[in-house]
Design a protein around this ligand. Sequence first.
Ligand SMILES: NC(=O)c1ccc[n+]([C@@H]2O[C@H](COP(=O)([O-])OP(=O)(O)OC[C@H]3O[C@@H](n4cnc5c(N)ncnc54)[C@H](O)[C@@H]3O)[C@@H](O)[C@H]2O)c1
Length: 260
Amino acid sequence: MFKDQIVAVTGAKGGIGRAIAEMYIANGAQVAISDYVDCSETANEIGAKAYICNVSDEGSVRKFITCVEDELGPIDTYISNAGVGTGNGRYVAGASNESWEQAWQINVMGSIYAARLLMPSWVERGSGRFVVTASAAGLLNQIGSTSYTATKHAAVAFAESVAIEHGVDGIKANCICPQYVRSDMTKGMLMAEKSRDGYLEPSDVANALKVAIEKDQFYVFPHKVVQEYFVNRAKHPETYLEGMGKLKQKVGDAFAAAKK
Ligand SMILES: NC(=O)c1ccc[n+]([C@@H]2O[C@H](COP(=O)([O-])OP(=O)(O)OC[C@H]3O[C@@H](n4cnc5c(N)ncnc54)[C@H](O)[C@@H]3O)[C@@H](O)[C@H]2O)c1
């Protein structure tokens, strides 16, 4: 399906990024993976090419894209997948300025730095696909991490802007919005393990992306229920806020019980 396409994935040492890279490789693509730490072992295991890229540094993103295009050819699909999350602590604005800035740089600016470089040539070519691994938190809320929630909402908005501004130029965009997925990010997280909507595998997310591309759908909902929650949030905001508040209390109680 993706035969001979050149695909670049960020934050792909493991987890969702690795699974997406594997999905593309299984479907005939040539894949460049990157991470801010060495990901050559992963690349060797799955048959990708490894690069170092810190997505919060525009120069590093530029170097990644330039090297991939020099060594493999023009990028057809860019997967902006690297992401981080930090907890609030006791109060909603409790996280440090530094952690807010880090979340903004990685979860949002990482996509912008890449799109800034890719769009002119994609527009000229009349094709290209920009995929953002956002989160269900980008449509709803990540209880206990306001910086994650806010920056993932911005990530969704940016992915939408790519579709809106450049659909007419032949460019496609996808926005992946999972709830909990088994990865380093959620390791040991009680809310993930106990989630009533399921704790998915990274390969489930990769498969959902493939299906969305086949169906030409912008949003990718590995947990189908997220779309329903999103509709209900828009229709009944007070009920949504009350329900999330109750869930927050329940999570707090479960956390306290687990600590005993
Ligand atoms: N796991 C989940 O439940 C879940 C749910 C929704 C969305 N997501 C999103 O999926 C994406 C992938 O996360 P994951 O779950 O596979 O976790 P993960 O921790 O395995 O992957 C995140 C990767 O990003 C890399 N990274 C961190 N800072 C970076 C930087 N500055 N530059 C480049 N790479 C950097 C990490 O080294 C790591 O390999 C993230 O954007 C995350 O927010 C995850």
